[in-house]
Every structure is written in structure tokens, then in C-alpha cells.
Design a protein around this ligand. Structure first.
Ligand SMILES: Cc1cc2nc3c(=O)[nH]c(=O)nc-3n(C[C@H](O)[C@H](O)[C@H](O)COP(=O)(O)O)c2cc1C
Length: 456
């Protein structure tokens, strides 16, 4: 690509194109693939050794890079939208995922096409204004508030969901393109093998995406149930108080009902504590879901990047260049493979923790059901006792009906919770095998290309 695009024009690139660069601990560029070099408009020689802000665009708020560095320096992966500037002044947007690798960093980028891109462009404009007027920390508060109004609890949640949206949007677009393409490009056996591996990995990641979204749905039904029950507790505690007040009005006759109301109250408080625990656990599952999504998105992006880079390398025509590229490929393969392994490890550890949590749910559910049985028993006794009361002053039957209704609502909710626990466990059980397949695909793509390089 030549530097012919005038200032402030967008530098276009194909949705198929993925690019990456690696840097040292200070952010000086060490390596990048062809697309990275071409889009930047600089030569490879100009880029290698240069600080990464060589392509910084003045429209980018400082805060975004501050968050980026804070995150990667603490050893975590970050996804961020970045507007970059090519050598000729033209701009291009990317969704970048930056990985810490030992004391170095790797950034893999894709072309953003989801609805979040426009949202973020507007948000960055506002952020820049706040930053210029009141400084970076004011911009941080502004960003937090903005993300909350968009329904995200944190930048982390926003960035993971945006990354997922970008990956899904890109995949959908690629499927449309592939539907019109024949397999003519894959005349080479090696390329066919690589493409088959990459497709297999995509199939597994797609399957995991579906499972994760099912997990999210189950969990939101689950937390919906506990939330709506918790909202009703106040009414039921009031009910028991009312029964006690009324029963004291009718003197000796009401004594047994007062005891029933006290028992009911104790049981309700106990159930409320159990549901509180359910709510805490549901939040933990949400957090685990975010980790699953992040790891699998990152792994999917790495796999696609490996596929793209290997193809780029294998297409080099000049034999000398080809050998040099194979050496680069060999070197970078360790970085990608060890990253992919780290992702699968985090994924599996989170899966195990979530599995244990859900197993605990089963016990909690059983205990809560015992309490519900207790409430039912108390209401049965309540019916018997209220039938004995001759006073016309108060309608105890109505109160006992409400008590019974409460136990029915609880029983139904516990049933729904139980069903969802089952489907969450089901979804979790497939995760490890699928993610391992993805990792194996990354390894195979490298080993095919490195083992068979002489035949190219
Ligand atoms: C792996 C990696 C990739 C990066 N990619 C970009 C990039 O594409 N564009 C960019 O402006 N900054 C990128 N940065 C951040 C820059 O190092 C720098 O923080 C940023 O450009 C802000 O520069 P400034 O501090 O001079 O304002 C990257 C950093 C790392 C570690």
C-alpha cells in the first residue's frame, strides 16, 4: 500500500486482514506482520525500534492508553478501541487486544464493525474534551459514568462485550464473503490443512460462545428469581408482625397463633439469608462468565491471527524472504502457543471454581427446600389454630393463606433455580474439551507450517 491517502481520510483495509505487533516492556516495536506495516504507511525499518506512539492519533484520549498500560503492567489482557494515524496522516480504527508476554507485549488487531465502534468514537470525543478541560482523572470518572449509563458495570465488562461483538460481527461478515468464494485459493495441501484446522477451531469457539450465552441466560433467570423473592420478603415479615399484633388483641386465644407467627418469621429470615447467598453466587457466576468470554475471545483471535500470519508467510514468493519469514514464524510461534496455553489454563481454572460453586448451589437449594417444608407445616398448624378462634375481630385465615402462598412461590422458584443449576452444569461440562481442541489447533497450524516448510 502506498502513502497516497490524504490527511484526515480513512485508510481502508479489508475485514479479513488481521495484524499484530510485539513490543518490549517500554512499548518499543520489535516485530509486526505485513498488514501492520502496510496500514501504518511506514517501512518495517522505520517501525522496528520506534515507540508505539509513532502511530498515535491526536483524537485519542490519554486515558485510554493509561488504562491500557495499567492493565497490561498488572499482567492482564486488555481489549480497546484505538484510532491510529498512518504516516500520511490518514486514520484507521482498530479493536486491539494487548497481551502481556513475559516482560514484552503483543497486540493483535481487527477491523471493528460492530455498533460499539460508533458509540466509542462519540465517547472518545467527549472524553478528550473533559480531559483537556479537567484532566485525566476527571475523564476517568466521566468514562465510568458513561459506561454505567450504557449498562456496563466497568470498563472491563464493556471491553469484553465489545470484543465479543466485534469477533461475532467479523465472523458473520467473513461467512458471507466465503460463501461467494471457491476453494481455488487452497490449491496447496499445506494451506488446506491449515485452513481445516482453523475452521475446526472456529467451530469449537462458536460452540463455546453459544454455551456461554446459555450460561448467561440461565444465570439471569436465576438471579431474577432470587431478586424477585428478596423483594417479597419485606411483605412476609410484615405479615408475621401483623399476625402477632392481631393475636395479642384477642388475648389468650391468640397465644398459639402468635407462636406460629414467630416461627414463620424465623423461617422467613432463614430463607432470606439463603437467598442472599444465592444472589452473591449469581454475581460470581456473572464474573466467571466475563472471564470465560474474555479468554475464549482472546483465544479465537489468536487462532485467527496465527492462521492469517501463516498464510501471509507462506505466500512470500522470493526464497530468501521466505526463509527469513519462516524463521520469524518459528520465533513467534512460541509466543502465540504459550499465550494460548495460558488462556486455556485460566479458562479451566475458572470453570473448576464455577463448577464447585454450582455444586454448592445444590446443597443450598436442598437446605432452603427444608425451610419451605417448615413454612408449609407452620401454615397447616396455622389453619387448625385459626379455626379454633371464635373472635370475629380479625381474619386469620386470610393471613395463613398468604403464608401458604409464600411457601408455594418459594417452592416454584427453587424448582426453577434447580433446573437452571442443571443446565449451567451441563454447559460447563463441555468447556474444557472444546477449549483444548482450540489450543491444539493453534499448535497444529504452527507445526504443519514449520515441519513442511521445505516443501513450500
Ligand atoms: C503492544 C502495544 C501496542 C500498542 N499499540 C498502540 C497503537 O496501535 N496505537 C497507539 O497510539 N498506541 C499504542 N500503544 C500505546 C503506546 O505505547 C502509547 O502509550 C500511546 O501511543 C500513547 O502515547 P503517548 O504517551 O506518547 O501519548 C501500544 C502499546 C503496546 C504495549
Amino acid at each position: 500500500m502506498k502513502n497516497t491517502v490524504p490527511l484526515q481520510q480513512e485508510r481502508k483495509f479489508n475485514i479479513k486482514e488481521l495484524f499484530f505487533s510485539t513490543t518490549n516492556e517500554k512499548g518499543r516495536i520489535e516485530f509486526g506482520n505485513d498488514v501492520f506495516v502496510n496500514i501504518s504507511g511506514y517501512t518495517k525499518e522505520e517501525l522496528v525500534g520506534a515507540p508505539h506512539n509513532i502511530i498515535r492519533h491526536p483524537d485519542m484520549p490519554k486515558l485510554v492508553f493509561k488504562i491500557l498500560w495499567e492493565t497490561i503492567q498488572s499482567g492482564k489482557i486488555i481489549a480497546a478501541y484505538v484510532k491510529n494515524m498512518a504516516k500520511d496522516g490518514s486514520f484507521y480504527w482498530v479493536m486491539a487486544v494487548v497481551f502481556p508476554v513475559g516482560d514484552r507485549y503483543l497486540s493483535v488487531r481487527l477491523k471493528p464493525t460492530s455498533r460499539y465502534r460508533d458509540i466509542i468514537e462519540d465517547a472518545y470525543k467527549q472524553l478528550l474534551e473533559v480531559e483537556k478541560k479537567d484532566g485525566v482523572e476527571a475523564a476517568r470518572n466521566f468514562l465510568d459514568t458513561l459506561l454505567k449509563t450504557l449498562g456496563f458495570k466497568s470498563y472491563e465488562e464493556f471491553s469484553v462485550k465489545a470484543l465479543l461483538a466485534e469477533i461475532v460481527a467479523r465472523d458473520n461478515e467473513l461467512k458471507k464473503i466465503h460463501a461467494h468464494e471457491s476453494e481455488q485459493a487452497l490449491t496447496n495441501e499445506l494451506l488446506r490443512m491449515i485452513s481445516a484446522e482453523s475452521k475446526a477451531a472456529s467451530k469449537y469457539t462458536e460452540e463455546i460462545f453459544i454455551r456461554i450465552s446459555e450460561l448467561e441466560k440461565s444465570n439471569s433467570i436465576f438471579s431474577g428469581q432470587t431478586k424477585s423473592l428478596n423483594e417479597k420478603f419485606y411483605d412476609f415479615q410484615l405479615l408475621s408482625l401483623n399476625i402477632q399484633v392481631f393475636s395479642s388483641k384477642i388475648g389468650e386465644q391468640g397465644r398459639s397463633l402468635s407462636v406460629i407467627a414467630q416461627n414463620f418469621n424465623a423461617l422467613v429470615s432463614n430463607v432470606s439469608e439463603h437467598l442472599g447467598q444465592f444472589e452473591i453466587d449469581a454475581k460470581k457466576i456473572d464474573e466467571a462468565n466475563l472471564i470465560f468470554t474474555k479468554q475464549i475471545c482472546a483465544l479465537k483471535l489468536l487462532t485467527d491471527m496465527v492462521d492469517f500470519f501463516v498464510q501471509e508467510t507462506l505466500h512470500a514468493t522470493n526464497p530468501e524472504e521466505s526463509q527469513k519469514r519462516i524463521n520469524d514464524l518459528s520465533e513467534i510461534s512460541n509466543t502465540f502457543t504459550s499465550l494460548a496455553r495460558a488462556l486455556t489454563n485460566t479458562f479451566s481454572a475458572t470453570r473448576l471454581e464455577t463448577f464447585k460453586l454450582i455444586e454448592k448451589f445444590g446443597e443450598l437449594n436442598k437446605d432452603t427446600r427444608k425451610l419451605v417444608n417448615g413454612i408449609e407445616l407452620v401454615s397447616q398448624i396455622g389453619y387448625i389454630e385459626s379455626a379454633r378462634i371464635t373472635s370475629q375481630e380479625v381474619d386469620f385465615k386470610h393471613s395463613i393463606d398468604t403464608m401458604k402462598k409464600f411457601s408455594e412461590i418459594l417452592r416454584d422458584s427453587l424448582h426453577v433455580i434447580n433446573q437452571n443449576t442443571g443446565s449451567i452444569l451441563n454447559n460447563l461440562s463441555t468447556f474444557d474439551a472444546h477449549i483444548e481442541e482450540c489450543f491444539q489447533s493453534v499448535k497444529k497450524i504452527f507445526s504443519y507450517s514449520l515441519e513442511q516448510r521445505k516443501e513450500i
